[in-house]
Design a protein around this ligand. Sequence first.
Ligand code: SAM
Ligand code: SF4
Length: 472
Amino acid sequence: MKWVQPCSADRQIFRPQDVFEAGEQHHHISNTAYPIAHGRTWGPYRVADRGLHRDRVQAAFHGEEPICLYAHIPFCEKRCSFCEYTVVNREESKQTLPYMQRLEQELRFYADLIGQRRIVGFDIGGGTPSFVPAEQIDSLVRLARQRFDLAPAMRISIETTPRIAAESPDKIRAYRQMGIERISMGIQVIQPDLLRILNRDSNGVEHHFRAVENIRAAGFSDFNVDLMYGFAHQTLESWQATVEHALALDPEAITLYRMRYKLTRISDQADQVTLDQVRVLSRWAKQRLKQAGYLANPGKNTYCRVPQDTGTSDYISRRVVQGTPYLGLGLGAQTFTDTTISYNDGAVGKNLMPYLRSVDAGQLPLQDFYQLPLAHMMAKMICVSFYFGEVNRAAFTRKFETSLEEAYGAEIAFAVDQGLMEWKPQTLSMTQKGEDHFSGLCALFHAPSVKGYLLEYAGDMSRDRRLALKVS
Ligand SMILES: C[S@@+](CC[C@H](N)C(=O)[O-])C[C@H]1O[C@@H](n2cnc3c(N)ncnc32)[C@H](O)[C@@H]1O
Ligand code: SF4
């Protein structure tokens, strides 16, 4: 067995009904962002001495091929108050070149360590990657092609804000010229009042149509738009207008993000939004998108109008369907193998210095390295699979040397019995009812320590934030 032994908290057994109810009750934290309360649930598996990380990484990646690659660009024009990602402050945002040079250096460290692996998905995400000069992205993409074996059919994907896509057509053109084939743009909501409250008022509707013109003129035919729901002060009417607006932009895919409050600057507003309210918004949008020809199976939040296409990047599709290991480069980036998960410097502090210093010292910039037991690795894969509302049976068995039925007999029996999931030839899939109870369903597959945390969780999200910050 290649996984570490579980600690006592991960040997507990809970009744599926109780766990399901706890997940539903704490719907703001029981979702695809696994685990909950890192410090407490993963603390026992954290490996502290950085000196040996190089060997551990090499061992963890042994035999893992193909893999995916992710490069994190932590800069933005302005920090949106709802954002859960690793983004640095305005002062540090002046350091794009020193940062991108260290990012490339980190890529070289890994290429030296694990060799020229085949890459089947490559996302340049953020933050806002289009914030940095196009030459810096070009240099990164060239280096990735040089040091790794990028699969010819693989599509590289990048993210932008509407303002940059509208005002910098040269950047958008340059991305296509460097072989980037997919672009994703965050719209979130369109109401000026709400954008102001969310500190995102520099990215309003005035930029959208120009941005799309530039994206199409550059030759992108794989274009996604992100929308968000579940904010306090967001009415059904305002959400409907946002969805209609996104349809008018005619992207190939539309991704609906339910607001995740955990660890954000507006985490104290979570209690102002009930599960019933988000269900109304989610149901309306999904029905409207289907009617407009954008399809997705229950539980999936990316809707796509191109037949046979997932609508997501290759990096996400591979991670979700196959559980493909990935190497995350850059500030706070996450790396995932079959047995380990690690986070780079900056995941908690969100400042550049520790990351830059580690790379300059010739070290892998790893802040937290976890060697996890089977229950957590399986839970992580399933939570990620739930982006598409289904778990691939063969991929699960290949990764974990056991079947879904063996690993989760009682939980799956409960889910199927309640009409939340159904067996299909290739997958264990969410039903429509399962989608409505997404949080409870996710919780069923969490490792025991996370289930235990949910069952005793008092609903105090600011406490959760303090806990996570303290331990990491
Ligand atoms: C890295 S960001 C996107 C790119 C770009 N910076 C932008 O905002 O337009 C990826 C997407 O995550 C979503 N997102 C950000 N914070 C979130 C949160 N707290 N909960 C759920 N989704 C979130 C947003 O829809 C955002 O477009
Ligand atoms: S949502 Fe996008 S623009 Fe806003 S802070 Fe997050 S990454 Fe930056």
